[in-house]
Design a protein around this ligand. Structure first.
Ligand code: ACO
Length: 370
């Protein structure tokens, strides 16, 4: 049955939001999304402060006092390196099974090889595995063999090395690191909520984060940055920006990379990523063109939806950054998963401590028996 309304009213007059907006479904110490102020806080740190941290330092922050053992940045770096090597060994025999799958479906398949046995470091294994799998999947899409991890490198540097087959310069590594940190956690977004619901059934960490990945895949969540580049390619020239955007909106389409459920002002992650991608030297003119598209899209959205502030979201500059460091657009959602795995695993650890099954109710609006 198609229910077009965003809010539904019962005969008794009570209203609920079909998208659960405004409903608090968990308490967390991990992150706070302040949509009115355009502010994101991760465990007491403003996003802007974290943008130049290493991914490992942010993992240490998120996992602190939730994992059984508190590890510092250096210990996490070492353990992730070792776990990447194990993930690589585990993956190689499964690669032929990936034929015909999209890159995110392939990642889902490889993650499902991880057994849900209770170990002290399953959160580390999950975070270490995604870059190994995602890089191998991206290379496979180009007909290339996977590249063995280098356990001595940081996660971001090795991710790029495994993608390209050679170490990349510090500029690109820094840009990817900023990206991974920026998307590490973001309140109770759809994929994190899905992850917590599964964790609350005690299904296990890997099952929980695979659920998160499935939710991330959709274009209304983490599947948007590939389509952002498709949009920029389709617009092609400055003269075509206004006509293209106008026609897309006339057809009732959504402009990818704009709008957010919580933010009513600009998504602070968009600014962090814009700064990171602007620091890269060789972006082939993309940034200047994208800024013009962004400006016109914002003007048109303000004109068309005056009552709904629609601003640039994280996905717009994600697309430019991931393209600039060499990821193919088909793999963007998998790179997002590599960063968000930090948050998903921390939420599983936190949910385990809550120990309460998440089980809301539905309202029956069908027919009753005579
Ligand atoms: N382009 C055009 N119109 C839009 C857009 C957009 N990007 N976003 C929202 N709108 C319009 C809707 O059509 C709706 O109009 P209506 O009231 O006339 O029907 C109005 O704004 C409100 O939209 P909602 O659906 O209530 O907004 P919601 O909070 O559910 O949407 C979402 C948030 C899904 C991100 C939406 O803005 C969207 O689809 N954006 C494009 C896809 C995208 O960028 N996704 C990545 C999101 S960031 C992330 O999840 C990591």
């Amino acid at each position: 049955m198609n229910i077009p309304l965003k809010t539904l009213e019962s005969p008794a007059g009570d209203v609920f939001a079909a998208g659960l907006e405004g409903i608090v479904a968990a308490e967390t110490v991990l992150s706070h999304v302040d949509g009115a102020a355009g502010r994101l806080v991760l465990r007491g740190h403003q996003l802007e402060q974290l943008a130049d941290w290493s991914f490992e330092a942010v993992l240490a922050l998120l996992w602190r006092d939730l994992a059984r053992e508190n590890l510092d940045e250096t210990q996490i770096r070492l353990r992730l390196g070792a776990a990447r090597v194990v993930a690589f060994e585990r993956m190689t025999s499964a690669l032929p099974a990936l034929d015909g799958l999209s890159q995110v479906e392939a990642l889902r398949l490889l993650l499902s090889l991880l057994p849900d046995v209770e170990t002290e470091c399953h959160h580390l294994v999950a975070v270490a595995s995604v870059p190994v799998f995602a890089a191998a999947i991206a290379r496979r899409g180009r007909g290339l063999d996977p590249v063995r991890p280098d356990a001595s490198l940081g996660a971001a540097a090795d991710f790029l090395r495994m993608l390209h087959g050679a170490e990349q310069g510090p500029e690109k590594v820094r840009a990817l690191e900023t990206y991974l940190v920026t998307v590490a956690d973001h309140g109770l977004n759809a994929s994190t909520f899905a992850t917590r619901v599964i964790a609350s059934t005690q299904a296990g960490l890997f099952s929980s984060v695979i659920g998160g990945l499935c939710a991330l895949k959709g274009p209304l969540h983490g599947g948007a940055p590939g389509p952002v580049l498709d949009m920029l390619d389709a617009i092609r020239s400055e003269e075509n920006i206004a006509p293209w955007l106008t026609e897309a909106l006339d057809r009732g389409e959504r402009l990818m990379g704009f709008g957010h459920r919580i933010y009513r002002v600009r998504d602070p992650r968009a600014d962090a990523l814009k700064r990171a991608v602007s620091a890269l030297r060789d972006t082939g003119g993309r940034i200047g063109f994208a800024e013009k598209v962004e400006a016109q899209a914002l003007a048109l959205l303000a004109e068309r939806k005056p009552l709904r502030p629609l601003q640039t979201n994280v996905e717009f500059y994600t697309a430019l950054l991931l393209e600039a460091v060499g990821f193919p657009r088909e793999s963007f959602t998998n790179v997002f998963a590599a960063g968000r795995m930090a948050g998903w695993t921390a939420h599983v650890l936190e949910q385990d401590r809550v120990g309460r099954l998440i089980r809301p109710q539905s309202r029956y609006v069908g027919r009753m028996p005579a």
